[in-house]
Design a protein around this ligand. Sequence first.
Ligand code: NAP
Ligand code: GCO
Length: 263
Amino acid sequence: MVSFSLEGKVAMVTGASYGIGFAIASAFAEAGATITFCDIKQELVDKGLAAYAEKGITAYGYVCNVCDEEQVKAMVAQIEEEHGVIDILVNNAGIIKRIPMTEMSAEAWRQVIDVDLTGPFIMSKACIPSMITKGGGKIINICSMMSELGRETVSAYAAAKGGLKMLTRNICSEYGQYNIQCNGIGPGYIETPQTAPLRERQADGSRHPFDQFIVGRTPAGRWLQTEELTGPAVFLASEASNAVNGHVLYVDGGILAYIGKQP
Ligand code: NAP
Ligand code: GCO
């Protein structure tokens, strides 16, 4: 019987103090994995540790900026010493800046590319050698609808997430021979702090126009929840997906298949 168990595995989920990363790490714990996570600030790591503990999960948190290669190398070495080789890496940490492209500074552009694309490169580069030595591993990159679609004001984010889809395919191509499977998850529109501005009630109490737009673009007719990503994540982290490589699994309620509800 194919196994969805993560017993005996060490997982690292970046940016997992809350949001999508927290939900995925929590599901990995339920499947038996040892949970390590990082965030950019100690107070966020502490917040995350408390949230995991509230769910009865013993997690190990590290302060690490995924854009800083020296911090990442030191964190990975420390985790290997304290818990063993990272078997499952989820590149979840991400930011977005919603600015019309012609008004976006090159610095703001670089910040988004750095976290959302260079960070996964740095994290994967740090984890792959030990995965090879150990005989295999799993890398899951958290992509986006913007890995396939553009929209106003998210040029840097879309470029990063499109690049992340191709980094996923390239890691598959270059390291599949070492029994490393690298896949993506492409969430649709999920209720998290990152999308909160798109769901804010208007001054007159009406729903945000984008909120109404997305509900109309989603066959499910609703925003999705972080927990709805966890089954696909456990699948891609487990032996059940050993023959799946270089794939982006869209968990979007059908958005990419749907032209949208007639107004
Ligand atoms: P979120 O609520 O903003 O959480 C992102 C986490 O990453 C935060 O804890 C953040 O810390 C951390 N982070 C940011 N920069 C970092 C860095 N340089 N190093 C380490 N950690 C860093 O985002 P989310 O909605 O959970 O999204 C998680 C991932 O899913 C992101 O990659 C996002 O692009 C992607 N995604 C989200 C949606 C959605 O609808 N929410 C849909 C598709 C894809 P701070 O709090 O300090 O920023
Ligand atoms: C936006 C949203 C999206 C989501 C997600 C969709 O401004 O359009 O933030 O980018 O975060 O990436 O898959």
